[in-house]
Design a protein around this ligand. Sequence first.
Ligand SMILES: O=C(O)CCC(=O)C(=O)O
Length: 246
Amino acid sequence: MLTISDKSQLDLNGFLLLENLISPATTTQLRKRAVELASAEQKAGKGHTYLPNETAQRVWNLIDKDEIFEEAIQQPKMLAAMEYLLGADCILSSFTVNILYPGAPDAGLHIDYPLSALPTPRPKFPMVANSVWFLDDFTTENGATSCVPGSHQRLDTLPESSVKYKDKQQICGPRGSLLIVNGAVWHGSSENRSDKPRVALLGFFCRSILKPQQDHLKIVSEEVVERATPTLKRLLGLNSLPGLNM
Ligand SMILES: O=C(O)CCC(=O)C(=O)O
């Protein structure tokens, strides 16, 4: 499923832009549902907002919130990229909405959980990876994700907030595109200087031996687990439970 060029971009740069992967109709549906959920959680006083002035919002546990997300997270090319990076048995760590409202500041460069907590040198091989789903066009104005190419190979250092990295790039693209990012790449959302929200989904994956960000087998309803395809069951963690409870 991945081309030689896709694989070499993941190896060398640590990220890969898959342009126009999702159809316009599905992108519209995903965005509509993402915004509805975010607004319902705000109204219920349960909105997870962050960044100064609460200019960004997450909606967690999407797998339990609409069937459209159960299907989305099995997108074949996205999964092929995750399996290339993290092994054929990789699992879902979390699936969330990430909205940057107008005025959201640059979030700064980081590497993903749990890499920043590991002793150095960090492993050379990928342990976690994110898929950033562009539900709006990603532009330099609205906060397109920034990445530093090749920074996943800097195993001893972390990005410093006071430094302006000259090789940092904003990854722009049309709605319906997906950005695959090795979690060890220095990356982060940028300032939203536009007058509209920038809506994205984050499908975050990890190796099956790691503890995921969300324990899907506890937080996803039985109904969802029962109707899950074998692939979704594996992504939720059913094939990677501890097996020696003697
Ligand atoms: O939304 C984005 O542009 C990236 C988000 C991100 O880097 C993260 O949550 O780790």
